[in-house]
Design a protein around this ligand. Structure first.
Ligand SMILES: CCCCCCCC/C=C\CC(=O)SCCNC(=O)CCNC(=O)[C@H](O)C(C)(C)COP(=O)(O)OP(=O)(O)OC[C@H]1O[C@@H](n2cnc3c(N)ncnc32)[C@H](O)[C@@H]1OP(=O)(O)O
Length: 268
């Protein structure tokens, strides 16, 4: 897989001979995203920017789950300070990944739910393994989808598919995702997915990095600017939402085993 450039509790990053870095999420069993996971992720992205990385691939150690999204423990009746740190790290991570100066590919080798879907959509290209699901399922959990999550899907598949996807909390199968361009291609295995990702990244070899960055930022920059300008308001809005007694009650039920089985049956 290449030389290990960074390894931390929940992530590893390995560089191949062409400089392409594969970031593997490894927080068993479901790559749930908590504060520590998000800060490690931001550190990796910061290193890649500093090292003028030519391209990166994001994938999961597990062929079942790419990421189950936010750790419900961070959302259920949160403490103000911890939530502020968590949500700020999530926002910073998105601005880094969505606005990276190098091309990125998500090899989605397992289910990608809610914030896990956001990670994949924040890359430039998506290769997904057959028979997995991807989407913003927040609605099914009594949650709302943050504005920058919605904008990221909107910028990928357009208004109508985003409207239906977000308001129904829909998890798309690999085939459905391909049909609406939520993903770019399908692979039979993670290994084939990595090969397809490398072929995509190969296309950028002869481009000037500054030209690539200019093009990417022309398209994504205004959305990043909008979040940066509203970061505190977004955090306060989310905190107030999560402190609503009805939301707390619903999330507590979701944390219950039986409800998890219900959610699992929805993605089977
Ligand atoms: C105004 C704006 C307001 C905005 C505020 C909120 C912003 C919200 C934004 C994003 C939200 C999210 O990202 S929420 C997370 C969404 N994720 C899910 O819905 C995942 C649900 N999980 C599943 O469907 C399944 O677990 C799975 C398909 C991912 C895997 O299935 P599997 O059978 O392998 O595993 P289990 O279901 O048995 O789960 C094992 C174990 O993990 C617990 N679990 C699952 N997901 C989470 C999670 N996200 N956080 C915490 N814990 C989770 C599950 O309960 C099991 O626990 P037990 O073993 O103790 O039963």
């Amino acid at each position: 897989m290449g030389t290990l450039v960074r390894t931390s509790k929940f992530l590893s990053a390995a560089r191949d001979i062409n400089g392409i870095v594969t970031i593997t999420m490894r927080r068993p069993p479901l790559n749930r995203m908590n504060l520590e996971f998000m800060s490690e992720f931001s550190n990796v992205l910061r290193d890649l920017e500093r090292d003028n990385c030519p391209g990166a691939i994001l994938t999961s150690y597990s062929n079942k789950v790419f990421s189950a999204g936010f750790d419900i423990g961070e959302l259920c009746n949160p403490e103000p300070e911890r939530f502020n740190d968590f949500y700020t790290e999530v926002q910073n991570n998105w601005t880094q990944l969505y606005g990276s100066t190098f091309p990125t590919v998500a090899v989605i080798n397992g289910h990608a739910m809610a914030a896990g879907c956001l990670l994949a959509l924040s890359c430039d290209y998506r290769v997904m393994i057959k028979n997995r699901t991807i989407g913003y399922n927040e609605m099914q959990m009594g949650l709302a989808t943050p504005t920058w999550f919605t904008a990221t899907m909107l910028n990928t598949v357009g208004h109508r598919h985003t409207e239906l996807g977000v308001t129904l909390g829909k998890m798309f199968t690999t085939d459905e995702a391909l049909n609406i361009n939520l993903i770019d291609c399908v692979a039979d295995s993670k290994e084939e997915g990595i090969q397809k990702a490398l072929s995509f990244l190969e296309k950028f070899t002869h481009f000037l990095p500054k030209s690539y960055t200019f093009a990417k930022h022309s398209l994504r920059g205004p959305f990043i600017k909008q979040l940066k300008e509203n970061q505190n308001e977004e955090t306060q809005l989310a905190f107030r939402f999560l402190k609503d007694p009805e939301v707390i009650k619903k999330l507590e039920i979701v944390k219950d085993k039986e409800q998890t089985q219900f959610l699992t049956s929805k993605v089977a």
